[in-house]
Design a protein around this ligand. Structure first.
Ligand code: G
Ligand code: G
Ligand code: MN
Ligand code: NA
Length: 254
């Protein structure tokens, strides 16, 4: 495939970059930007901007996600270290890791090496995995997730509610944080089904000892509603779009 060939050259030709979307910590009375989700972007000389929705699946198929994922981890950790050095002592960086990266032994090595080479303390690093990873739940997978947690890295379950959400997973695996998928946030606060689901999910997660992130917040109403529900972290275009590091601000926009 032409796309695969282009992707193969993209890494060495420096066609990828990371953008960072603010994650707002819902501290009582005083919300603040505490971290960022790192998101990959690809500018191909031939195709222009290609969304990760299109190219990540190809890299998972071909295995290119391994070196690309390694690059993402390195870049994300280096950026977080710069923020720490600039005085953002509590900052965290959240990185998407695809299921394919859990096959084999590369991930633990890549995590270790990204942390070591950047000098970033592991508690500044958060890994996001989708529910899809857990379909093939196995003792090895549980072991890997536990080792990541033991390293001091935090674990989020991304896109919660879209796939094979099972409360069982949340108990069985060592997650610290649950990200409610934006499809549930979209119709807040007026849609009563969404309101009930989101309210119950937050309560349940808190009882299981997990913090909750709401993603896809696009309006002031959604923002205020979720703050009222004691949702721990807030993310969405209303507070900030993904931007390159030099445009990222720790000032809360709205
Ligand atoms: O940022 P955007 O909305 O374009 O992201 C689209 C999808 O691509 C999301 O599901 C997101 O999790 C995924 N994605 C973005 N960056 C990365 C990355 O660095 N690694 C992986 N595995 N997925 C990513
Ligand atoms: O699957 P994941 O949660 O990793 O997806 C992250 C993607 O969600 C990012 O690419 C980002 O562009 C997108 N995103 C972030 N905030 C919003 C939002 O408020 N609205 C919409 N529609 N997309 C968002
Ligand atoms: Mn994510
Ligand atoms: Na998501």
């Amino acid at each position: 495939l032409a796309l695969d060939n282009s992707l193969r050259e993209a890494l060495q030709n420096r066609e990828f970059n990371l953008v960072f979307q603010p994650l707002i910590c819902n501290v009582k009375g005083q919300p603040k930007v505490q971290g960022a989700e790192a998101l990959i972007r690809w500018t191909s000389p031939v195709l222009g901007q290609v969304s990760p929705v299109e190219f990540i699946p190809h890299t998972e198929q071909s295995g290119l996600i391994i070196p690309i994922g390694r690059w993402v981890l390195e870049q994300a950790c280096q950026q977080a270290k710069r923020w720490v050095d600039d005085g953002q002592e509590d900052v965290f960086i959240s990185v998407n890791v695809s299921p394919r990266q859990f096959k084999g032994n590369d991930l633990l090595r890549d995590l270790t090496s990204a942390l070591e080479s950047s000098g970033l303390h592991p508690h500044h690093l958060n890994i996001e995995v989708t529910e899809g990873l857990l379909i093939e739940a196995s003792p090895e997978l549980n072991n890997t997730l536990q080792l990541i947690t033991d390293m001091g890295i935090n674990l989020s379950m991304d896109d919660f509610g879209t796939g094979y959400s099972s409360l069982n997973y949340l108990k069985k695996f060592p997650f610290n944080n649950l990200k409610i998928d934006r499809s549930f946030i979209k119709e807040l606060p007026d849609n009563s089904d969404s309101a009930i689901l989101v309210t119950a999910t937050i309560a349940m997660a808190h009882q299981l000892g997990l913090s909750v992130t709401a993603e896809g917040i696009e309006t002031a109403e959604q923002y205020n509603y979720l703050r009222g529900l004691r949702c721990d972290r807030l993310q969405g275009f209303y507070m900030g779009k993904p931007v390159p590091a030099n445009e990222f601000s720790f000032e809360l926009a709205p």
